[in-house]
Design a protein around this ligand. Sequence first.
Ligand code: ATP
Ligand code: MG
Length: 151
Amino acid sequence: MHSARFDLASRRDTRRLGARLASALEPGDLVVLAGELGAGKTFLVRAVARALGVSADVAVTSPTFTLVTEYETAKGTLLHADLYRLRDQADVSAEVARLGLRDRRREGAMVVAEWAEGLEGVLGPADFALKITYAGSNARAVEITSARPLA
Ligand SMILES: Nc1ncnc2c1ncn2[C@@H]1O[C@H](COP(=O)(O)OP(=O)(O)OP(=O)(O)O)[C@@H](O)[C@H]1O
Ligand SMILES: [Mg+2]
């Protein structure tokens, strides 16, 4: 396991990290994003999507109600899941299993998930786990644990 911590002094740093993560992503990868409301999870997913070539005309927003949004990218399908709405449900594992994300990973889709703590049993192992914390109004810190290093 690799771990690293970065200071994200501004949104620009977060965008850069997103681009770096995008270039590290491989088909079937799972990225789990942890952090409080407003920490910057969706912001980072947007940066990843843009770096993968998702046009600025396509909104990348939190799929809280739909749970999963699908984007076609230069590297294949990117699925953005936001499991916030399910987090306190007794049957969260069954609900998440129903989304079929593990099978989509097997087919090569890259999955980036917010609020997916404790769900690796249904999602499969994460390749990158990021925890974003506040460090001031526009500053954040991120801890990354990953199976392979972020190039
Ligand atoms: N360095 C930074 N990195 C990321 N976001 C930042 C940074 N500085 C300020 N922000 C702002 O913080 C907010 C992050 O919101 P975002 O929706 O990404 O949070 P989230 O973690 O997805 O929250 P939620 O749990 O509600 O989904 C945005 O308004 C963004 O502009
Ligand atoms: Mg979000």
